[in-house]
Design a protein around this ligand. Structure first.
Ligand code: FAD
Length: 408
């Protein structure tokens, strides 16, 4: 028997996250979509205080239920995707801008030594709001991370980093405006391909790290997306996460970051999709358009078919996402499931939000309601943390047992 019921304590936590989404995020959602580069400082402070009150190490994207005992702690990743869905039902851009270690923290957790985890993540437990970011993408390299050209050269007790990173989520907040950090992927040996690529922690305001541009975007406009230039940027050697050895297979440890972050992005997509679905459900109810379940598919109206398809897509994506997160909690390798969840959820939310705009007609396309915004916010889930095509390719590779050389 498979049980999908959550314990009362978890349900109570999710209710709290939903209240945050409804009362703190939705009211400012349109405002910070339209004023893209302005910062909702009051919201940040509130979310930061809430995270601190949840206890040591708690981050807003992590359910407090995860801190309530051993059983809950074991399901930390599952609770993270649940809380992410709730908060992104509120606003995905604001969710990405909440002060927390973010993708940078995920990289430290996945690739760092126990000592590095303690050293770099400790600061997120106290003081003023802080952010973390991860910088992989470059002007000439996105999907193919083996093509990274940013270099890290050993010089005495330091590494010296040179290169340009683009489209770094929370890059400006992490590099300039808080006591956060940016985890930068750079190569120790340009001739070594993937084996030479290592993640380095670069502390905020380190000389040589400069934010040179903040992007104007289609969606998730409350989240900053930065170009960062590293010009002879010097970091202590112990800021290299994990082993400095350039060896075949070493890149797997670095890539493990995605096993944790892809289910979170999938949950973001599900939150946005659910927002659109809920809106359409209420709209149809107000218009007295029934959704008749349990009748022959031949007798369904086009709207009923569309709505049920949207529901099916959302539920399928959610189940895949829960499985991927749960496997991570159980210590089971989940690269296949994480990519499946991410690919499915990215596609599902794109379809659901476009259908929502379509079903609502002119209202859906207008700025009177948030549905057009959700359609814009949806697409990023098909792009970052591996595009739709890349995740499908990973799924194919793993199912068919091909290497990245054989299927690319
Ligand atoms: C808002 C936003 C936030 C982002 N945040 C971050 C961040 O925090 N950190 C970070 O490092 N990056 C971030 N990115 C970058 C993102 O991860 C990349 O855009 C993504 O990995 C794709 O890389 P690319 O844009 O270079 O596209 P390309 O790799 O050039 O791909 C272009 C198209 O070709 C397809 N394609 C590529 N290779 C293949 C293949 N082998 N088979 C089939 N199709 C293929 C892709 O799916 C895509 O559709 C962000 C991007 C955006 C838009």
């Amino acid at each position: 028997m498979i049980d999908f019921e959550f314990e009362p304590a978890v349900r109570a936590q999710l209710k709290m996250y939903h209240a945050v989404a409804e009362n703190l995020m939705r009211p400012i959602s349109r405002e910070y979509d339209e004023r893209e580069h302005e910062k909702p400082w009051q919201f940040y402070e509130t979310m930061w205080s809430a995270a601190q009150s949840l206890g040591p190490g708690a981050a807003p994207a992590k359910s407090a239920a995860a801190d309530k005992g051993d059983g809950a702690q074991k399901l930390r990743n599952l609770y993270t995707v649940l809380s992410t869905e709730e908060l992104c039902w509120g606003d995905a851009g604001l969710f990405l801008s909440i002060p927390n270690p973010g993708l940078g923290g995920a990289a430290v957790a996945a690739a760092g030594t126990p000592e590095q985890k303690e050293r770099f993540l400790k600061r997120f437990r106290e003081g003023k709001p802080k952010w973390g970011a991860m910088a992989i993408t470059e002007p000439g390299c996105g999907s193919d991370s083996a093509a990274i050209t940013t270099t890290a050269t050993r010089d005495g007790d330091d590494f010296v980093i040179n290169g340009t990173k683009i489209f770094c989520t929370a890059g400006q907040m992490s590099a300039e405006k808080s006591e956060g950090f940016v985890v930068v992927w750079a190569t120790l040996d340009c001739g070594a391909g993937r084996a030479g690529i290592k993640p380095f922690v670069v502390e905020h305001n380190t000389p040589g790290m400069t934010v040179t541009r903040v992007e104007d975007k289609l969606g998730i406009r409350a989240s900053d997306t930065a170009m960062i230039v590293f010009d002879n940027c010097r970091v202590p050697a112990n800021h290299l996460l994990g082993s400095a050895e350039v060896k075949t297979g070493g890149f797997k440890d670095v890539m493990a970051t995605f096993d944790a972050t892809r289910p979170i992005v999938a949950a973001m997509a599900i939150g946005v999709g659910r927002a659109a679905l809920d809106y359409v459900r209420d709209f149809l109810r107000d218009q007295k358009v029934p959704i008749r379940y349990g009748i022959s598919p031949r007798r369904l109206t086009a709207v009923e078919r569309d709505f049920m398809e949207m529901e099916v897509q959302l539920k399928a994506a959610r189940l895949l996402t829960w499985r991927a997160a749960w496997m991570l909690d159980m210590g089971i390798r989940n690269s296949l499931e994480a990519s499946m969840a991410k690919a499915k959820a990215g596609r599902a939310v794109t379809l659901i939000t476009q259908k929502a705009v379509e079903i609502l007609g002119p209202l859906g396309y207008s700025r009177k309601v948030l549905v057009e915004k959700w359609m814009r916010d949806a697409k990023i889930n098909d792009i970052f943390e591996g595009t739709q095509q890349i995740n499908l390719m990973i799924v194919a590779r793993r199912i068919l047992d091909y290497s990245s050389k054989e299927l690319n």
